[in-house]
Design a protein around this ligand. Structure first.
Ligand SMILES: *Cc1c(COP(=O)(O)O)cnc(C)c1O
Length: 367
């Protein structure tokens, strides 16, 4: 699968306030910004995470998950995944994940680098999901000393193609992991969108299902920067602060990373933001799914619509000023909604797609 290629050759004369390239395109949500400003008005604070804001947020996250977990903050998801996996593995170990996993395709070898060489082993599976059988096949393929020993499984929830593991699917994966003596890591860059989709308590798809460590993404959900690493098995977090510091990921003024989380966690703003983004993707899907030249590639469960569009449609969309990522073989496009995507923006994009790829389209292809 080729890497994402951003279609940034946008038309200069059309300016769009909202785009569908990434949920990182959106700014901070007002609640996160308000908490950020409150943290700035609270006077001097202890540095490096021993401040009252960071302690408050850690307690809130423990309340949220209903368990006594260890919580850490780093600047982004790549660092969160890389350092969490490094804490699970020695250099001679390996991590099993899906072939399209972010840790494999979008982290520049960060997990391998920070673990001093743990190898990533790839499995296939429908809709971007790992299965217990695929995991077992990789574990049992080799057991000799010449091959890196599988030590962890990494699941992305929701997956890179916007699908969601059910509680049962996660339980089955974790049960297989336990049988094969593997730790379970969850890349939850869009964890909120999965919780909003499933309507379950966050504990049900994490520690109660057998997940050992969660990288809890906040950035795509409305934060300015900063993801949380949540260790449900606290012994796995031993000396983790040192790992964070050595990696250059320990924020000196930690309160500005942690405090905005309060804005998300108070009054379930994180779930509201995620539910909204999911609803916008569903709305977009509803409006374009029947266009004859549009082929939806994956079930729409969270905040992205993956759709195959002919080249002439993609080109015309770009010419009209729309930005989105293209990938997945020929003509696969990712249309990503954010916490602030408005229904009007969705409808304008949907109208353009329907017009270009629809029944009324008088252009049947390039040329
Ligand atoms: C966005 C994302 C991350 C984190 O990426 P950063 O750019 O490092 O913040 C991790 N995993 C998945 C699946 C993502 O989509």
């Amino acid at each position: 699968m080729p890497p994402w290629q951003c279609l940034l050759d946008k038309c200069d004369n059309i300016w769009m306030e909202q785009q569908f390239a990434s949920d990182n395109g959106a700014g901070m949500c007002p609640e996160a910004l308000a908490a950020f400003l409150r943290a700035n008005e609270s006077g001097h604070e202890v540095a490096y995470g021993d401040d009252t804001w960071t302690q408050q947020v850690c307690d809130r996250i423990r309340d949220l998950f209903q368990t006594d977990c260890d919580v850490f903050f780093v600047f982004n998801g790549t660092a969160a995944n890389s350092l969490a996996l490094a804490s699970l593995c020695q250099s001679y170990h390996s991590v099993i994940c899906h072939a399209v996993a972010h840790i494999e395709t979008h982290e520049c070898g960060g997990p391998e680098f920070f673990s001093n060489g743990s190898k990533i082993l790839l499995a296939d599976g429908d809709n971007g999901k790992l299965t217990p059988d695929a995991i077992e096949a990789l574990v049992t393929k080799r057991n000799d000393i010449h091959y890196p020993k599988p030590k962890a499984v990494s699941v992305t929830q929701p997956t890179e193609v916007g699908t969601v593991y059910s509680v049962e699917e996660l339980r089955a994966i974790a049960a297989m992991a336990k049988r094969r003596d593997l730790k379970v890591h969850m890349d939850g860059a869009r964890f909120a969108n999965a919780v909003a989709c499933l309507g379950v308590h966050p504990s049900e798809i994490t520690w109660r299902a057998g997940i050992d460590v969660l990288c809890f993404g906040g950035t795509k959900n409305g934060l300015p920067v900063g993801d949380a690493i949540v260790f449900f098995k606290r012994e796995l977090a031993e000396d983790f602060s040192y790992r964070i510091k050595q990696a250059g990921q320990l924020a000196s003024k930690m309160r500005f990373i942690s405090a905005p989380w309060l804005g998300l966690l108070e009054n379930d703003v994180w779930l509201r933001n995620a539910a909204h983004a999911n609803a916008m993707a569903l709305r977009l899907h509803q409006r374009i799914k029947d266009a004859p030249h549009a082929r939806v590639l994956f079930p729409v469960q969270t905040n992205a619509v993956f759709v195959e569009l002919p080249e002439f449609v993609r080109k015309d969309l770009v010419a009209r000023g729309w930005q989105f990522y293209t990938a997945i073989g020929d003509g696969g496009c990712r249309l990503m909604c954010s916490w602030d995507t408005s229904p009007e923006t969705v409808d304008r994009l949907a109208a353009d797609i329907s017009e270009l790829a629809g029944i009324g389209s008088n252009r049947k292809g390039p040329g």
